[in-house]
Design a protein around this ligand. Structure first.
Ligand code: GTP
Ligand code: MG
Length: 183
C-alpha cells in the first residue's frame, strides 16, 4: 500500500464494485471517473480498474482505485482475487431487476468471506440501486432496499442513474469518505 504520502497527504483507497451482470457497474465507474456513458453493453471479463483523486474538502485527499468486477458467472473466476485489500465496496443492483436486488446478499457474503474484515458489520459498504431513469420499469421499491440496508448494519443507500448522472458522485464519495474514516 502507498498509504499517507507525506508530500501530498493523500491516502490510497481501494474500492470494489460488485453486483449482477448488467446492473451498470462499468457504467457507474465510467460516469464517476470520466463523466461518460454508453448505451452499448460490453461484459467485463475478470476485472478492470480506474483511478481518481478525490478531494474530501477537509484537507484529506483519497487516491482511489476503483475495481470494476465481472457480474457474469463465467467471467468471475478471477474476480475474488481482486477483492483482497479492499477498503470499501459498492454493492450494485438494478432497480428494474428484482433478481439483482435479491442477489445482493450473496455478493456481500462472498465479499466478506474473501476479505475477512475484523468488523464485518462496520465495513464501509454502500448500496446503489441503479437505472432510476427507468422509473416506469421499477421492480424494487426504495423502501424495500432501505430496509435491507438497515438490516445489514445501516449501509448507506443511493438511487442512481449512470445514464443521467444522478447520485453517482454522492455514492462513491460517501463510501470513500467512510473508508478514510476507518484508516
Ligand atoms: P457486467 O460487466 O456483465 O458485470 O455488467 P455491468 O454491471 O458492468 O453493466 P454495464 O455497465 O455494462 O451496463 C449494462 C447495460 O445497462 C448497458 O447497456 C448500459 O448502457 C446500461 N446501463 C447502465 N447504467 C444505466 C442507467 O443508469 N440507466 C439505463 N437506462 N441504462 C443503464
Ligand atoms: Mg461491467
Amino acid at each position: 500500500y502507498n498509504r499517507n504520502y507525506s508530500s501530498r497527504r493523500s491516502t490510497y483507497i481501494k474500492a470494489i464494485i460488485l453486483g449482477d451482470s448488467g446492473v451498470g457497474k462499468t457504467s457507474l465507474m465510467h460516469q464517476y471517473v470520466r463523466g461518460t456513458f454508453s448505451t452499448q453493453y460490453k461484459a467485463t471479463i475478470g476485472a478492470d480498474f480506474m483511478k481518481k483523486d478525490v478531494d474530501l474538502g477537509d484537507g484529506r485527499i483519497a487516491e482511489v482505485s476503483c475495481w470494476d468486477t465481472a457480474g457474469q458467472e463465467r467471467f468471475q473466476s478471477l474476480g475474488v482475487a481482486f477483492y483482497r485489500g479492499a477498503d470499501c465496496c459498492i454493492l450494485c443492483f438494478d432497480v428494474t431487476n428484482m433478481r439483482s436486488f435479491e442477489n445482493l446478499e450473496s455478493w456481500r457474503d462472498e465479499f466478506l468471506i474473501q476479505v475477512g474484515p475484523r468488523d464485518p458489520e462496520g465495513f464501509p459498504f454502500v448500496v446503489v440501486g441503479n437505472k432510476v431513469d427507468m422509473e416506469g420499469k421499477r421492480a424494487v421499491s426504495q423502501k424495500r432496499a432501505m430496509e435491507w440496508c438497515a438490516a445489514k448494519g445501516n449501509i448507506p443507500y443511493f438511487e442512481t442513474s449512470a445514464k443521467k448522472d444522478i447520485n453517482v458522485e454522492s455514492a462513491f464519495r460517501t463510501v470513500v469518505k467512510n473508508a478514510m474514516d476507518q484508516e
